[in-house]
Write a protein that binds this ligand. Structure first.
Ligand code: FAD
Length: 387
């Protein structure tokens, strides 16, 4: 292997070039990115950048030592065996890592989305006291934008088509405990309401009700940014995610994929996983790099993510659909609590609210696939440990 190209200069792309060098790859290395910036961190965009506390989230990298050809502002437009088609012409490879992440789903009309540093800076300008901001979607991103907008003094309404916040990712019995956080922060939450249209100055609901809006933020999810792979032979699923095997191989010789754009088969949970969170973009690259360099390493992580909303730190580890019962640790109406999913006596997932120690202890249990004592688990005063 003498010429590796990594497409997508986000966290997963950066981690891939770092891992390749750390693992001894000495050949040519190109990192190609559509954005004009070197890789930067996205989680602060909806938090400190939007709140005006941080301006720049560029990820640290010693580019000279990495000896990487950085081709920024250059979009890949297609893939043929042995070369990537780009806006600037073909780029040959003998090893390729796809790390093109995801694009936000938009609605027709004047609503904005939040994915890039430019999106965050532009949105920050409109979050002024008294402005009426409507956020479409009460998912992770919608909640964080609502938090920051309310903190900036805006009059915030969140419209959610389903009956609880986070309904796309958490069961209602857990998601419903997030509902009171909105009102407590002065945010109006409309559940079970579909948006019919985003219009200049208003959001029209399916019921005909018009919500006046100086600004609309659409936070209804993302789609893998893989349109450029159409017809290339790289397998894509119905959502457009690159379908890899457990070694992150992407269907063509020498081609691997990492980060938000990937679905991989989890041996641990017996299902395909598609995780659009930071920790996955951080860790998958070391596995892809090792395999590209001739190793055989399986990717089978315990997924982890966090969200900062309404003054709380929410953390999650595991895969709750693998559970068959839910055990509460603390009162979900209280300040701090955790929801623990068990399959038999195995802990398979945990969601914690302002209980970082629980999360750290649970991660160790989840990593080892260890058994727990459910009665002990339910006592928030006892440390979490394996049975
Ligand atoms: P991306 O970060 O999307 O990077 C992919 C890069 O590829 C982009 O720069 C894109 O421009 C480029 N690209 C796309 N198509 C092409 C092409 N054809 N040619 C060349 N380049 C291309 N996760 C958490 O766990 N916790 C959080 O609190 C959290 N907060 C978030 C807040 C926001 C506002 C956002 C947007 C995301 C947040 N995430 C969070 C998710 C996390 O940031 C992502 O999972 C992570 O950025 C994924 O990294 P990635 O490198 O796979 O993809």
């Amino acid at each position: 292997m003498e010429n590796v190209v990594v497409v997508g200069a986000g966290l997963a792309g950066l981690q891939t070039v770092v891992a390749l060098r750390q693992q001894g790859y000495a050949g040519r290395l190109t990192l190609l990115g559509a954005e004009p910036h070197p890789p930067y961190d996205r989680p602060p965009l909806s938090k400190d950048v939007l709140a005006g506390k941080v301006e720049d989230t560029t990820l640290e990298a010693d580019w000279a030592a990495l000896d990487v050809t950085l081709q920024l502002g250059c979009r890949a437009t297609g893939l043929c065996p042995g070369h990537v088609e780009t806006e600037a012409g073909p780029v040959p490879y003998d090893g390729l890592v796809i790390a093109t992440g995801a694009d936000p789903v938009r609605l027709p009309g004047p609503g904005s989305v939040l994915r890039t540093i430019e999106d965050a800076r532009a949105l920050r300008q409109v979050l002024r006291p008294g402005r009426r901001v409507v956020v479409v979607g009460a998912g992770w991103l919608g909640a964080e934008v609502a938090t920051t907008a309310a903190g900036a003094g805006c009059a915030v309404t969140v419209v959610e088509a389903l009956d609880t916040p986070l309904a796309g990712v958490l069961p209602a019995e857990v998601g419903r405990h997030f509902t009171p956080w909105y009102a407590a922060a002065g945010v109006e939450l409309l559940l079970g309401e579909s948006v019919a249209a985003v219009e200049p100055g208003a959001v029209r609901l399916a019921t005909g009700v018009e919500l006046p809006a100086d600004h609309v933020v659409v936070g209804i999810g993302v789609r893998p940014a893989t349109g450029w792979l159409a017809g290339s032979g790289v397998p894509l699923d119905a959502r457009g995610a690159v379908v890899t095997d457990e070694y992150l191989r992407a269907g063509l010789p020498g081609v691997y994929a990492v980060g938000d754009c990937v679905t991989w088969p989890s041996r641990r949970y017996g299902v395909r996983m598609h995780v659009e969170h930071w920790d996955n973009a951080l860790h998958a690259p070391a596995v892809a790099a090792a395999n590209l360099l001739g190793d055989e390493v399986r990717y089978d992580p315990v997924p982890y993510f966090w969200s900062e909303q309404f003054g709380r730190m929410v953390q999650y580890a595991g895969h709750h659909p693998a559970g068959d019962r839910l055990v509460w640790r603390g009162d979900p109406a209280g300040e701090t609590w955790a929801a623990c999913w068990l399959s038999g006596d195995r802990l398979v997932a945990i969601l914690t609210v302002d209980r970082p120690r629980d999360l750290a202890q649970a991660r160790r249990i989840l990593d080892r696939d260890a058994l727990v004592d459910a009665d002990r688990l339910a006592d928030p005063d006892l440390p979490l440990k394996a049975a």
